[in-house]
Write a new protein. Sequence first.
Length: 140
Amino acid sequence: MSGVLVTNPAADLSGNPDGVFASHDALASGRMRLVPAPGGGFNELEGTADMVLEVVNDSFVRRDTEVLREAYWEAGIPEYWLVDARGEEVEFDILKHGPGGYKAARKAGGWVKSVVFGKSFKLTRGTDPNGNPEFTLEVK
């Protein structure tokens, strides 16, 4: 296992997202808790995170775009950030929790607003000096 384990027993969710954010409020209220790791420290977040991030992988397209979308929604996670950089254009969506599922936040000029962070974000892909892909997450 690599990264932090995120679990939500009520939603039967257990996995390692590519990114996760749990606010101080989520921890203080008990909505999310740190689970101690054997030997010290923490390696699991249990409950409802404020945001999870998944980067679509060729081997797990259905999992990232459908299965986890449903699981994170059932867990009550307010924002599901989904990045798909497999095509010519990088796709970056902030999916917002709604009564019947997640709905993509509207974009304006490539910018998309996060309620969780109170900021707008834009993800772009360029090329580094060696010709490799390079990604920039802009914030305003």
